[in-house]
Design a protein around this ligand. Structure first.
Ligand SMILES: *Cc1c(COP(=O)(O)O)cnc(C)c1O
Length: 370
């Protein structure tokens, strides 16, 4: 037996009829561009995220790009963000012509350290991007305070439906930021049959701008007030996502159960640090990520036993070859660098059987002689 890191076929088997009929409805309508399911999904995601507006777009990377453009981030501007994230967070900053300023993470949560944000704000800083990594919200209220009035983008690609209690109020991923962004890449907790993304905001003017930016800067066809992009959420994807959305909370709950099982099963293994979730947070566990002693050897051991796993992320963005021009050296974001050497993610997908969970536990424990 082997355990995949993610089993999309197992999920699909449980919802196939609903998804296929939603797809066929679009096919019958032949309304492929900004058809009815797009607006319906935007309403549903705005509701889930407790925000006024949601705007679909082509993918989670474009969601960041459009958010940066809507905030007028451009050449000579700096954007403070984390280097311990998927590449898109930094790539989007570069691609609007701005300069990413990478600051270190909180070693417990892997999310951007608010103090480090505060120290990096300068006269050229135009925005901050916090990332809700692995399913857990960043300390968004502290990042916002550190940003001292500058706009904050919350890259919630991995964290749709995650929440955090702030001053006694439950705040959803994306809700407290100037603009929150989501990805519907198939491996995210809410994944389409291809690429998709969405942006959320409470701000009327930003909503108008985001709507324009996704259709070449125009709201009235063939009249262009600004130069935008072709970045719409595909109607077929929206139909799939609408059919899946009612299951999201149950899936995230199943991931939390799997995570709790692992937490208990690894509690007596001193070579492992299980994921830390802040008491204020409810994680959706897009990944279950350990810090592990002898990580690379553990990874080889798991591979040999057919246990799916992955290292997110092996090289922080400030040390990526494409960002060499920024002039960062090893040692400048020590916690991100240490995390990159120590982390490993295990299967945590909702459809895991108890036999599969046991197999993962036995495999990890056996590596440490337990
Ligand atoms: C997946 C992801 C993205 C990009 O989303 P795509 O839909 O693949 O473009 C951006 N940021 C983070 C943190 C992600 O995990």
């Amino acid at each position: 037996m082997s355990v995949p890191l993610l089993d999309l076929k197992a999920q699909h088997a449980t919802i196939k009829d609903d998804v296929v009929s939603a797809l066929m409805a679009v096919v019958d309508q032949q309304a492929f561009i900004l058809g009815e399911p797009v607006g319906a999904l935007e309403c549903a995601v705005a509701g889930l995220s407790q925000v006024k507006y949601a705007v679909g777009c082509a993918n989670g990377t474009d969601a960041l790009l459009l958010a940066l453009r809507a905030l007028d981030v451009s050449r000579d501007d700096e954007v403070v963000t984390t280097p311990f994230t998927f590449f898109a967070t930094g790539g989007a900053v570069h691609n609007v012509g701005a300069r990413p300023v990478f600051v270190d993470i909180d070693p417990r949560t892997f999310n951007i350290a608010p103090d480090a944000v505060s120290a990096a704000i300068g006269p050229r800083t135009k925005a901050v991007i916090a990332v809700d990594l692995f399913g857990q919200m960043a300390a968004i209220e502290h990042v916002t305070a550190a940003a001292r009035g500058l706009p904050v983008i919350e890259d919630a690609a991995q964290s749709i439906g995650a929440r955090r209690v702030i001053d006694g109020q439950t705040v959803m991923a994306g809700q407290a930021a100037t603009i929150g962004t989501f990805s519907f890449f198939p491996s995210k907790n809410l994944g389409g049959f291809g690429d998709g993304g969405m942006m959320v905001t409470q701000d009327d003017a930003l909503f108008e701008t985001l709507m324009k930016l996704r259709t070449h800067g125009s709201r009235r066809t063939y009249y262009h007030e600004i130069v935008g992009f072709n970045s719409r959420l595909d109607t077929l994807q929206a139909a799939v996502l609408l059919a899946k959305l009612p299951h999201l909370e149950g899936w995230s709950e199943a991931r939390r159960r799997n995570a709790a099982f692992y937490d208990a099963a690894f509690a007596d293994v001193p070579e492992i640090v299980t994921p830390y979730v802040e008491p204020a947070n409810t994680s959706i566990y897009n990944q279950y990520t350990l810090r592990a002693d002898k990580r690379d050897a553990l990874q080889g051991h798991l591979k040999g036993l057919g246990i799916g796993n992955s290292v997110y992320y092996p090289l922080p963005l400030h040390l990526q070859p494409c960002f060499a021009y920024l002039g960062y050296q090893e040692g400048q974001c020590p916690e991100s660098e240490r995390a990159a050497k120590e982390v490993i993610s295990l299967p945590v997908f909702p459809e895991m059987t108890s036999a599969q969970r046991d197999e993962v536990v036995v495999a990890v424990r056996s590596f440490y002689g337990r």
